[in-house]
Write a new protein. Structure first.
Length: 147
């Protein structure tokens, strides 16, 4: 049975990856980069990517198995899941390529950066954009005295 809160795993995975990315930026600016495979932030990043993979599988299985709940899945629904999956997969491949000294590492990194920007730019057009729109609407309503 797939739990109804399956979106929590990728959410916390992304939150953790944002923290790890900010640390990696700071480490590179201070000359403490690249991080070793056993570095706590590298381990946290790998745990975060596992959370994203688990959450994506749970959401895809739920979407495919509960057609009555979700109805017909649309283009936007699947595009978000696929783009997040490609983002996670490309990030994992970049890490493997860096540690394995693969010649294709920079090409994979470029694809990963394109995937990052695609998810960021596409976010307002997904159902997740509703989170930001609704929060903004509630803040505005509260600021003008409506509840």
């Amino acid at each position: 049975m797939v739990r109804k809160d399956s979106a929590h795993a990728p959410f916390f995975g992304f939150a953790l990856l944002v923290a790890v990315t900010l640390y990696a930026i700071w480490a590179s600016l201070t000359g403490n980069y690249p991080l070793s495979f056993t570095h706590p932030f590298k381990i946290a990043g790998n745990v975060a990517s596992l959370l994203i993979y688990v959450g994506l599988v749970m959401m895809i299985v739920r979407r495919l198995s509960e057609r009555k709940v979700f109805g017909k899945s649309g283009y936007a629904d699947w595009l978000l899941l696929i783009s997040i999956g490609l983002l996670a997969l490309s990030g994992t491949l970049v890490e493997w390529a860096r540690f394995g000294n693969w010649g294709i590492a920079y090409h994979l990194y470029f694809f990963h950066l394109v995937a990052v920007w695609f998810v960021i730019i596409y976010l307002p057009y997904t159902k997740l954009g509703h989170i930001f729109y609704r929060a903004t609407a509630l803040l505005y309503a509260r600021s003008v005295g409506r509840k």
